[in-house]
Design a protein around this ligand. Structure first.
Ligand code: ZN
Length: 347
């Protein structure tokens, strides 16, 4: 079968690899029909050392179950399924608490980092299939597939940011970052009824989609100027919830500057740093809280899917390009160059 391999920064190739097969009784083999390139894939695309490669890549997919191990009970051959970006057993104490990204099962983990599997490929072996996969309606129609694919990561991640930030009808929200996750955090904040949603971004195509998703204001300035503009719009003292959907130190500092006393910074951008200011001048003085982490999107699929199926939300609008597997290397470069927002892959 064919799969995407990242050899090093800037070097993505599609090659023949050994066929994925069912190995354990709890596995499923899924033929991938829709996949994507994620903004978080751009971090290794910018920095992967050749010694660390080649790595299988891709962590968002929809596909058809081709085979299941004898212990799999919730999906069967022929089912259309979506997979979250994390593998989980669905039964441990963290899974039961809705924190599947902290599953303690030895086979649990993230698709990124699986040595022999990746979602930018023709097929994939899914460990712990009962806990990991979610069955989709049998024939949702091609128009709904991009939106259903966002349940694998970007919609669930934007929703998680809003939920752990405590967004409610009375909250003023600022979203730092105009990538797919930032834009879907806007949609999620709107869906939860936020009163004001300020989107910080400077790419006109993205900010106009942000408005369509529910942003009430757009701020293109950054740094001290951006902080002052947001505080001004948010009643002078800043936002109740700041969703940080980038992961850089600059974005974190922006969030610290924008959070209102007693407010929450909700982080879903994968942090590219370990040390950050949390002391008197940054968080402590005004009781600002930090929340966020890898989103347990598995926990949110049941809640979010009906809104996609009945047309209330259309998160698939974040896909502004599509490619076959052969087009994946160019898709990476186009996303890295910010020529396109997010690439939909038809393997
Ligand atoms: Zn678990």
């Amino acid at each position: 079968m064919r799969a995407t391999l990242m050899y090093a920064a800037g070097d993505v190739r599609v090659e023949e690899v050994p066929d994925s097969v069912v190995k354990l009784p709890t596995d499923a083999l899924v033929r991938i029909t829709a996949s994507a390139i994620c903004g978080s894939d751009l971090w290794p695309y910018a920095s992967l050392e050749p010694e660390a490669g080649p790595a299988r890549v891709g962590h968002e997919f929809i596909g058809v179950v081709e085979e299941t191990g004898p212990e799999v009970t919730t999906v069967k051959r022929g089912d259309l399924v979506v997979s979250p970006f994390a593998i989980s057993d669905g039964t441990c104490e963290f899974c039961r608490a809705g924190l599947q990204t902290s599953c303690v099962h030895p086979e649990a983990g993230f698709w990124d980092g699986q040595p022999a599997e990746g979602a930018q490929a023709e097929a994939i072996r899914v460990p712990l299939a009962d806990g990991t996969l979610v069955k989709l309606p049998d024939e949702p129609g091609p128009a709904l597939i991009p939106s259903l694919l966002t349940l694998a990561d970007v919609l669930g991640t934007g929703h998680h940011a809003a939920v752990v930030g405590g967004v409610s009808p009375r909250t003023r929200v600022t979203v730092v970052g105009d990538g797919a996750v930032g834009l879907l955090a806007v949609l999620s904040a709107r869906r939860l009824g936020a009163e004001q949603i300020i989107l910080m971004g400077r790419h006109p195509g993205r900010t106009s989609l942000g408005r369509e998703f529910g942003a009430t204001d757009i701020i293109s300035a950054r740094g001290a100027e951006g902080i002052a503009a947001v505080r001004d719009l948010a009643g002078g003292y800043g936002s109740d919830v700041v969703i940080e959907a980038v992961g850089t130190m600059a974005a974190y500092q922006q969030a610290v500057g924008i959070a209102r006393p007693g407010g929450v910074i909700s982080r879903v951008g994968v942090p590219q740093f370990e040390d950050a200011p949390v002391g008197w001048d940054s968080l402590f003085r005004h009781n600002i809280r930090l929340a966020g982490g890898p989103a347990p999107v598995r926990a949110y699929i049941a809640e979010l899917m009906p809104d996609i199926l009945n047309g209330t939300i259309e998160p698939g609008k974040v896909f502004d390009a599509s490619a076959s597997l052969d087009g994946v290397p160019i898709g990476y470069q186009d996303m890295a160059d910010r020529k396109v927002l997010k690439v939909f892959i038809r393997p």
